[in-house]
Ligand binder design. Structure first.
Ligand code: SF4
Length: 348
């Protein structure tokens, strides 16, 4: 079991629910745009948000951003230890550093000193691309063992400074290497682990790689927070992360949309309809299954396992509950009817 770590108003580790993180892709210096993006992410279920802090202005923006959001704000720092300190002074709830690129030990000490005074957790992040030369030589290149050794060395460095309010993240874009590294590190540390597949790619490849990697890792009981990294709108990261957790049975809540693959019987734009339904249900706080089916012939039967469903016909659509047709409406009214049913779910 990992140790419990408090990040702002959230708690991770120690068997607490796995939380979902994302990272903004706005300029952190632009407070309005950054806050707007964080609000969108909060609305779809982001638990913790990380922002890049590449400049003094970005570090200073933290105090203003923090006032306007409700989830913990994490500062992502590379190279400049002063930015890490400044971000903490401006309200960062956690900082993410790679002690290997912060500079000298003394600079890491300065960062740790401020974190300790304010009891701010430090996430020690190591990427397969940033392994030190001695480790690369020892393991003859990038290996899972090398990634783990590098991460633990850095955690020990900070522990030796008298601070153990840490989270560790080890990342590799090689999915199976990332899996192996997590299996190794989980047996060697009790610090909470933030899990993600780095540089996973665009929506399709990023989702597949993340689902496979996170799926294997989380299913072994490893991981305290996750991020699905996608080259795209971070809102998509949250949707994917929620689906991964729900599929693994690690999170309840939220509407699951199932849809048929379409076939020669389909006579409506089912792909468009299923996408519309998926977007429409994102903010409805129910824990049910909704089916979107392509035909009136087999749709109701195939939608039996869903709590509610719709099936498209020629110019008309059916509302289905537990496999039974309960209403027939013009196709144009189908989506609105489903929304109404969901908004009043359980009232009848
Ligand atoms: Fe084809 Fe209808 Fe089955 Fe969809 S529900 S795959 S349209 S038979």
């Amino acid at each position: 079991m990992t140790k419990v770590v408090h990040i702002g108003n959230k708690v991770i580790g120690g068997g607490n629910p796995i939380l979902i993180q994302s990272m903004t892709n706005t300029k952190t210096e632009n407070v309005a745009e950054t806050v707007a993006q964080i609000k969108r992410l909060e609305a779809v279920g982001c638990d913790i948000i990380r922002c890049a802090v590449p400049t003094v202005e970005a570090a200073k923006a933290f105090s203003e951003i923090k006032k306007q959001i409700n989830i913990p704000l994490v500062a992502d720092i590379h190279f400049d230890y002063k930015l890490a300190i400044m971000a903490m002074e401006n309200g960062a709830d956690k900082i993410r550093i790679n002690p290997g690129n912060i500079g000298s030990i003394d600079k890491v000490k300065e960062v740790v000193k401020v974190a300790k005074e304010r009891n701010i957790p430090i996430r020690v992040g190591v990427n397969s691309g940033s392994l030190e030369k001695p480790i690369l030589e020892k393991y003859h290149g990038v290996t899972a063992e090398g990634i783990v050794e590098s991460a633990l060395d850095k955690a020990h460095l900070i522990e030796d400074m008298g601070y153990d309010n840490l989270v560790i993240s080890i990342k590799s874009s090689d999915v199976m290497m990332c899996v192996k590294a997590h299996e190794i590190i989980a047996s060697k540390t009790t610090h909470p682990l933030h899990v993600g597949i780095t540089e996973a790619g665009t929506i399709i490849s990023g989702n597949i790689k993340s689902a496979i990697g996170l799926g294997i890792i989380l299913n072994q009981g490893i991981g305290d927070t996750i991020r699905v990294s996608l080259t795209g709108d971070p809102v998509e990261e949250i949707k994917s992360a929620k689906l991964i957790l729900r599929t693994l049975g690690l999170r309840k809540g939220g509407i699951e949309v199932v849809s048929c693959p379409t076939c020669g019987r389909t006579s409506i734009d089912l792909i468009g309809l299923a996408t519309q339904v998926e977007n429409m249900v994102a903010d409805i706080p129910l824990d049910i299954k909704v089916a979107v089916m392509g035909c009136a012939v087999n749709g109701p039967g195939e939608a039996k396992e869903a709590d509610i469903g719709i099936a498209g016909g020629k110019g008309e659509g059916l509302l289905i509950k537990k496999g039974e047709i309960v209403k027939k409406v013009p196709e144009s009214e189908l989506l609105g009817l489903l929304r109404e049913e969901l908004l009043h779910w359980g009232e009848k």
